[in-house]
Write a protein that binds this ligand. Sequence first.
Ligand code: CO
Length: 162
Amino acid sequence: MAIRPIITHPNDVLLKKCEEVTEFDTKLAELLDDMYDTMVASDGIGIAAPQVGEAIQVAIVDLGEGQDIIEMINPEVVEMEGSEIEVEGCLSFPDVYGEVERPFFVKVEAQDRTGALYELQAEDYEARAILHEIDHLHGVLFTTKVVRYVELDELENEVEEV
Ligand code: CO
């Protein structure tokens, strides 16, 4: 396990449509473990493979709070509901925060690190983090969705980066 450097904007790898994962091997497991270490070391609650320079469909979300780590390989959104505007931050955009409108509820189909298909439901900030990461896998950055940028001294609470 290792901490990898985080790719920050601007960088072409952040704008790529990521490749589907077909090999569920030790290399993938290593990448997932490294992504987790990198996310924790950066105080993030989510990270996508292009943020460590790999343009493949792999992402992690971990809100802490004693919940399981969500590992998503080849994730697909199958249902969305509601809408909420919240401040977001991204590990690839240090000190940039902005309000983004996203669905309140999401249902996702993905594979785990063994290749097994599973379904996941989430709401509120967990749904937001999941959708932010899935956007990364399509080369979509949160700055393209910001409705209003927020200055650091305007933030009421610490914003978790994803
Ligand atoms: Co991000």
